[in-house]
Structures are given as structure tokens and as C-alpha cells.
Write a protein that binds this ligand. Structure first.
Ligand code: B12
Length: 206
């Protein structure tokens, strides 16, 4: 059945994928297994994109399917007690950048791994990050960005935390163009290459 779900997602059969995920949840399938299937499907789609077998519209559609399935699965994770919160994270795509598929995956993985995630969405100015950290008491911030133009907003956001006296907040950054060199440029505490790296970093910091 998980294999069928992977197939439905990678075939971009949106309705079938959502129906299958609902059915799996109703049958009492472990929510984590359903999420693993989604992750596997996204990784297949990512590889197809790299090799030119699929294009941007498919990536967008896959992101939408993933969002719908997440909404179906998440309440059941809570019921299982799998979501006992272990830390708070403020997450967002930085100012000037609207790429959110990857950010949503990062948020989703942090969530299912026990973090309370405040997702500020896309095109988020530094002041909004600062305000959210003050409001939620989060100790970890995740900045996502895919554009070269995102480097400076990341740097300004890191600086904004310092200016606001929030020196204990740990900041991780990630996204397509981000690497260790950009981390140094922005002054962030860490760079994570994928959603699992985001989870590992967050776990190290709590
Ligand atoms: C899909 C896509 C879009 C979609 C976005 C849909 C959406 N809702 O997100 C659309 C079509 C809207 C789009 C728009 C644009 N895009 Co675009 N887009 C992409 C594309 C093809 C894939 C990005 C993606 O979602 N990948 C899928 C994710 C899941 O893959 P991933 O990177 O492995 O994800 C992991 C990591 O990134 C990491 N991660 C991500 N965030 C974080 C955060 C933290 C804290 C951590 C630890 C980890 C982490 O974890 C993720 C999950 O494991 C990239 C090309 C590429 N190869 O990256 C171009 C790309 C990023 N886009 C690009 C451009 C130029 C644009 C536009 C400016 C195009 C235009 N002329 O209008 C606009 C930008 C508008 C704006 N202001 O933001 C360029 C950027 C070039 C540059 N150097 O700046 C790229 C590189 C394409 C290219 N080769 O030219 N884009």
C-alpha cells in the first residue's frame, strides 16, 4: 500500500495520492510509515528533476500533494503521542524569496520529530523573525532561501537577532544555493543540507 502511495505521488495522481493516504490513516497504518513513503516519493521526484525528466510544474504539484497529505497525517501523529514537543523553532523563507516547498518539508520533518514549529511563510523580513522569537520563546531559528538574493536577507536576519539582544538564539540556514561559505558570510550558527540535517541540528541545540 505504501508502494502504491509512492507510485501515485510520483505519477502526480493528486486525487489518488490523497485518497490512498486517507485510506491508510483510516486503516490505522503507522503515520510515520506514510510520511516515509512521501519522503521517498519526493526524493524520486527530486532526482527526476535533476535529470530533466520532470520540470517546475511537477515540483509545485508534488509540493501541493505533500502539503495535503501532511494535513491528513499530522493529527494522527499527535494522537500517537509521537509529537510530544521537545523544543521550539521559528522557520521561514527570507525576505525577497518565495520558494517554500523545501521549507515546508523542513518544517514538516521538525514537527514530526517533536519540535513546535512556527512557520512564518515566505518573503519574511528580519523584524518579523525577531518578533516571532520574542512571542514564542523559540530558541532555534531556521532560515530558508533559494536565491542568491537571499544571502543578504539571511545576514540581516542574523544581525537583527544580535541587535535585539537575542544572542542565545541558534540560527540554521539552508536551501539550494546555501553552503558553508554562505553560512560564514551570513554569520548563522550552522548550515543544513536537507530536512534531516535540520532535525539533527535542532536536536543538538536543545
Ligand atoms: C521549484 C522552483 C521554483 C518554484 C517555487 C515553488 C515553491 N512553492 O517553492 C517557482 C516556479 C515559483 C520558482 C520561482 C522562482 N525561481 Co525558482 N526554482 C525552483 C527549483 C526548480 C526547485 C527548488 C525546490 O523547491 N527544490 C525542491 C527541494 C525539496 O529540494 P532541496 O533543495 O533538496 O530541499 C532541501 C534543502 O534545500 C534543505 N533546506 C531548505 N531550506 C532549509 C532551511 C534550513 C534551516 C535547513 C537546515 C535546510 C533547508 O532541506 C530541503 C528538504 O530536504 C530551483 C532549482 C533548484 N535545483 O534548486 C529553482 C531556483 C531556485 N529558482 C530560481 C529563480 C531564478 C527563480 C525566480 C527568480 C524565477 C523568475 N525569474 O521569476 C523565481 C523567484 C521568485 C522569488 N522572489 O522567490 C533559481 C535561483 C538562481 C539564483 N542563483 O538565485 C534556481 C536555482 C533555478 C536556476 N537554476 O536558475 N522557483
Amino acid at each position: 500500500m505504501s508502494q502504491e502511495l509512492i507510485q501515485a505521488i510520483t505519477d502526480m495522481r493528486e486525487e489518488d495520492a490523497v485518497k490512498l493516504a486517507t485510506q491508510l490513516v483510516e486503516e490505522g497504518k503507522d503515520p510515520i510509515t506514510i510520511l516515509d513513503a512521501c519522503r521517498e516519493a519526493m526524493s524520486i521526484i527530486g532526482k527526476r528533476f535533476e535529470t530533466g525528466e520532470c520540470f517546475i510544474p511537477e515540483l509545485i504539484l508534488a509540493g501541493e500533494i505533500l502539503t495535503q497529505i501532511s494535513a491528513i497525517v499530522k493529527p494522527h501523529l499527535q494522537k500517537d503521542g509521537a509529537s510530544k514537543k521537545i523544543g521550539k523553532v521559528v522557520l521561514g523563507t527570507v525576505e525577497g524569496d518565495i520558494h517554500d516547498i523545501a521549507k515546508d518539508i523542513v518544517g514538516f520533518m521538525l514537527d514530526v520529530n517533536g519540535f513546535e514549529v512556527t512557520d512564518l511563510g515566505v518573503d519574511v523580513p528580519p523584524a518579523k523573525f525577531v518578533e516571532a522569537v520574542k512571542q514564542t520563546g523559540a530558541t532555534i531559528v531556521g532560515l530558508s532561501g533559494f536565491l542568491t538574493l537571499a544571502f543578504d536577507p539571511m545576514k540581516f536576519t542574523v544581525q537583527a537577532f544580535k541587535d535585539a539582544g537575542l544572542t542565545d538564539v541558534k540560527v540554521m540556514i539552508g536551501g539550494g544555493q546555501i553552503d558553508e561559505q554562505i553560512r560564514q558570510y551570513t554569520g548563522a550558527d550552522a548550515y543544513g543540507k536537507d530536512a534531516m540535517a535540520a532535525v539533527s541540528l535542532a536536536k543538538q541545540w536543545i
